[in-house]
Design a protein around this ligand. Structure first.
Ligand code: HMG
Ligand code: MG
Length: 298
């Protein structure tokens, strides 16, 4: 079995986890949540997004969040366009994630541009970020299925990733936006991406709509992936992707990896504490698989 000794978790709970929740979470609670996640050993985290507050009201406190939690770990902020990147720079962010969909229809609904319009806008922006030595991550949405266009073509995914690699990004976070991929598709796509982009960090981002996310993590591990985007409590979903449910839960992935002898440097009880902070403030019921197991053994 092809398994790494260590895997890296990129916690996306404060961003992907909260962006789609109906209840506006108070800023101080978000900050407490982020501090608790960091205290559990998380070193890479998506804090928030610089996006239009009219489109995503939950992220309107991005500036305050960034100011409150800056430290030397990799604190990532999302920015879809020039304006978002400028706001990230004004806030002294050292890691920026741009995001583009393989599907034109999805990209239009998510950021009001076609995929190629987004690429055109982002190319010089990424160069500028790299000139300032900022870590750049490209989130590739709808890499398997699109809620509007159906199954995506693997060559389109590879071509989009290839453009970002040419522009100089450090990381590709390749997403199953609506949680429709199966482990065979995950294995095949991630094997191909590892082969095509040996010098770029490749990360897997799974949503768990149909309960296949953990199996997809395992399939991606087999393909040589050792970086996973996960969300504490399994929160998450994109407001502009019909049918997108939560990300695979951090505690479930960490538990599975630890059981298989793969180190993450993360303390599971610490993640549980972070989930307890956010639980009373969100409209969704949180029930991670790890939680179930802990309750059953009490
Ligand atoms: P637009 O309406 O086309 O923008 O929206 P515009 O350029 O015409 O500007 C309209 C207004 O928005 C102006 O303000 C701009 O200043 C402002 P006004 O004059 O009306 O007061 N504006 C901004 N404000 C803050 N931050 C910005 C920004 N840009 C313009 N960056 C826009 C275009 C991209 C802004 C909009 O579509 C948007 O905010 N979309 C956000 C989409 C989003 O956050 N989606 C969720 C994250 S992606 C995701 O979840 C997928 C991922 O998890 C991977 C996966 O699972 O697939 C990453
Ligand atoms: Mg997502």
């Amino acid at each position: 079995m092809n398994l790494p000794k260590h895997a890296t978790i990129i916690e996306v709970g404060p961003r992907d986890g909260l962006q789609n929740d109906k209840s506006l979470v108070p800023t101080d609670v978000k900050i407490e949540f982020i501090h608790a996640l960091k205290a559990s050993g998380i070193n890479e985290i998506e804090l928030t997004s610089f996006v239009s507050p009219k489109w995503v009201p939950q992220m309107k406190d991005a500036k305050e969040i960034v100011a409150a939690v800056q430290d030397s770990s990799r604190n990532i902020v999302l920015a879809p366009n020039r304006k978002g990147v400028d706001m990230a720079l004004e806030s002294n962010c050292m890691a920026v994630a741009v995001f583009v969909g393989v599907s034109d229809t999805f990209n239009k609904k998510n950021i009001n541009k076609t995929t190629s319009e987004s690429l055109l806008e982002l190319q010089p922006v990424i160069k500028e970020l790299k000139d300032k030595d900022i870590f750049v991550r490209a989130c590739i949405s709808t890499s398997f299925y699109c809620p509007y266009e159906g199954k995506m073509n693997v060559e389109d995914v590879v071509n989009l990733c290839s453009s970002f690699v040419e522009y100089g990004v450090d990381e590709l976070s390749v997403a199953d936006t609506i949680g429709m991929a199966n482990p065979k598709e995950s294995y095949e796509l991630f094997s191909r991406l590892k082969e095509e982009f040996p010098d770029t960090l490749v990360t897997a981002h799974f949503h768990d709509t149909r309960g296949m996310a953990l199996a997809n993590v395992f399939a991606a591990l087999q393909a040589g992936i050792s970086r996973f985007d996960t969300s504490a409590g399994g929160l998450g979903g994109c407001p502009f992707a019909k049918g997108a449910t939560g990300n695979v839960a951090t505690e479930d992935v960490v538990f599975m990896l630890h059981q298989m002898g793969i180190e993450t440097g993360i303390d599971l009880e610490g993640i549980k504490k972070a989930v307890d902070i956010i639980r009373p403030h969100i409209s969704r019921h949180i029930e991670s698989k790890y939680d179930r197991l802990v309750q059953a053994s009490q």
